[in-house]
Design a protein around this ligand. Sequence first.
Ligand SMILES: Cc1ncc(COP(=O)(O)O)c(C=O)c1O
Length: 490
Amino acid sequence: MAADAEDDLASPHAQLRWAADWAATYLAHAADYPVLSRSRPGDLSTVLPAAAPERGEPMSAILDDVDRLIIPGITHWNHPGFLAYFANTGSPPGVVAELITAALNVNGMLWRTSPAATELEERSLDWLRQMLGLAADWRGVITDTASMSSLLALAAARERAVPDLRRRGLAGRADLAPLVVYASEQAHSSIDKACLMLGLGLDNLRKVAVDADFQMRPDDLAAAIVADRKAGRLPMAVVATVGTTSTTSIDPVPMIAAIARREGLWLHVDAAYGGAAAVDLERRGVLDGVDQADSLVVNPHKWLLVPMDCSALYLRDPERLKAAFSLIPEYLRTPEADSVTNYMDWGVQLGRRFRALKLWMVLRAYGREGLAAVIREHCRLALLLAGWIDAEPRWERLAPVPFSTVVFRHRPVALGDDEAALEAHNARIMDIVNQSGEVFLSHTKLGERYALRVAIGNAGTGEDTIARCWALLRAAAAADSGESGASPRI
Ligand SMILES: Cc1ncc(COP(=O)(O)O)c(C=O)c1O
């Protein structure tokens, strides 16, 4: 939509009304855009002035450029056909909260720099804990992403493993064996990054083997810990995943927890995507064993309708995290420090966005049952698609479907077991489907096998979207394998 004449948008009121109207119209019509941006590299860079503006410009001109220049370069995560990666939803209550957050422009580093920001963070995280059916002794902190949450959790684990770490660090210490972290082969790359950042080294991240359903093998975990101890290394932490990125597999957390406890290791559970499913009472079991862990991450910005970004990190003993990070210069000392939470003590950053407002508003607007209804529907749609795939001899499902993500590929007879040819064929199918602008899929690799993924996570996605996606996939597969009269490519 075009902004009105310059004069009409001169006042902040007019601008904000325009923005509110714009956002409401956008949310109602996200499906009208091609879901995957059709921009080519450099399209925006070449039209943006290279020189920084010397003088201010009218807001009407700037807002016009949002539609004219920016929107064509947007891939629409709020489009119902967004089925790539882990799809998400910027729900209207969350969008409203983001506007209010920006207007307040609060920095919640200390309790006194906005008491409501801190206390709302504590309470909304406790509501989320209740909704997930977790024990009452978890304490939470909001971070930007699961990558940051897992980094903080493993920093707390490192603090516990090496008590004089703060003073002496890790480097050049003859008294300290290499610290080892364990995660499955299917764990998210954020765990690798945390090991990089914490100075542990990728060689000290053990990728434990998975079974045929892509779940960590507890026996292999136990054996790896024994082998590392024998070799003089110091096992530090285990990361179990509930909802792995490629296939959404669920590691056997109760068994992993028993091993971690026996061995005295920190257990971190990465439930960034899958943890959300526990808001549905019938799916509570996905978090079985998590109450035995030391830390847990669940991302409300993935599958709980909260706009980017909002990650919930829970800890059994937040003192460990504070021991790792709390550092208070004089100008940040406050007399109430002992009786309140100062969230600057819980992580790397000092300044903190007021993310709790959107979490609180979304949890209130939907309630546990409202969120569970969305998750139930997404899981139903995923099983529907899995059933269609299973019914077709030339399509192959490559993993179970515990949540709302389906992983599969097309296998024309002519290609046999030629993995390279199957990869090229399925990659072309994905390209053809993505070029439609109606749906957007992404891929993964399971060993040598290239796989397509349909990840359902947008509240607007319905049965019609999934049926259309399936029709597009079948048409693309037929076209690329030369069936149905299309020009043969294989
Ligand atoms: C299981 C899992 N953990 C962590 C992450 C990282 O999430 P974030 O983008 O919030 O850092 C992802 C991303 O999809 C994920 O799937």
